[in-house]
Design a protein around this ligand. Structure first.
Ligand code: GLU
Length: 311
């Protein structure tokens, strides 16, 4: 018997869904349904300062409006919002600590951002002097007023991901990814830890999301395997770009669903998205369900998709 595929929608409720989010959501749904799998809706509301429940409700409603559905998830089912899953992140954190993989980091946000900029070929881009602190220097930091964040040490291992859309992707976790934050200094659990723990415990074995997260996939696979799970398969969807080449984002207020729902019917919007993604030959109205049978990643472009002329 072939294994049951389990995919997911995992939006963060920091703004209204935009065109790019809708394209990746449509592809995630088509991928899972084409494989006869089920799909869950997980709310990624880790950051209390950037999570708004009004957006969360609208996100679920916008996906349903387009014609996408799911088999379990927030808010109908308990345990599908990250805000209520702290105990699982804490257990994973303890396990990583027991293995000696966690250290405290006192760097400021600015120092961290500087440290995390990609410097090809440099050792441990995301690590910092805090990793080697000992003796007097460590005692001094511990006495200071600033609470530490917690980082996980990335091993010097090269991982290969076989992305179902993009093919082979190799990354040396230490040199190209670097150490990464698992808990912020204000106690908030960090994305890399939460998403890995959730995908593992929710039985997600197929992750379809936008290509800007491809570079996180090796780290997440490694975390899941380190915690005793099996890494999911990944398929990263092309980013949609504005005519000036910029990636669409919630922050820029780019074509969000409030506007799109005023301009198009669900079938018109699906048709335009499906056309941009190479799934149909003309941007004509269509239901997502009509695209399931013919869905094939080979039709979808690998690189960014310029929306001009269609939106
Ligand atoms: N919550 C993330 C976002 O909305 C997606 C995380 C993921 O798919 O791994 O950008």
């Amino acid at each position: 018997m072939s294994k049951l595929i389990r995919g997911r929608f995992a939006p963060s409720p920091s703004g209204r869904l935009h065109l790019g989010n809708m394209a990746s959501s449509l592809l995630a749904w088509l991928d899972t349904r084409h494989l006869g799998g089920e799909i869950i809706f997980r709310l990624e509301d880790l950051d209390p300062e950037r999570s708004y429940m009004d957006y969360a409700r609208l996100m679920a409603e916008d996906l349903r409006w387009l014609g996408l559905d799911w088999d379990a998830g927030w808010p109908e089912d308990a345990g599908y919002s990250q805000g209520e899953r702290g105990e699982y992140y804490a257990a994973a954190f303890d396990e990583l600590s027991r293995r000696g993989l966690i250290y405290r980091c006192w760097c400021s946000r600015a120092e961290r951002l500087a440290a995390s900029a990609p410097h090809p070929g440099e050792e441990h881009p995301g690590s910092c002097a805090c990793r080697g602190l000992a003796g007097k220097a460590l005692a001094e930091r511990e006495r200071g007023a600033r609470p530490p964040a917690y980082k996980c040490m990335a091993p010097d291992e090269t991982l290969t991901i076989i992305d179902a859309h993009l093919g082979e992707f190799k990354q040396n976790l230490a040199r190209e990814g670097g150490d990464f934050i698992v808990r912020r200094s204000d106690g908030v659990w960090a994305y890399q830890l939460a998403v890995s723990v959730d995908d593992m415990l929710m039985g997600v074995n197929r992750v379809v999301r936008a290509a800007d997260l491809l570079s996180s996939a090796p780290r997440q696979s490694w975390l899941i395997e380190t915690l005793g799970g099996t890494a999911p398969e990944y398929a990263h969807a092309p980013l949609l770009t504005a005519p000036d080449g910029r990636k669409l984002s919630k922050r820029d207020g780019d074509l969000n669903m409030a506007e799109l729902r005023r301009l198009y019917t669900p079938q018109e919007l699906t048709g335009r998205l499906a056309f941009l993604c190479g799934l149909i030959e003309r941007p004509e109205p269509v239901e997502p369900a009509e695209l399931v049978g013919g869905f094939d990643w080979a039709k979808v472009p690998a690189g960014p998709i310029d929306i001009s002329g269609v939106f």
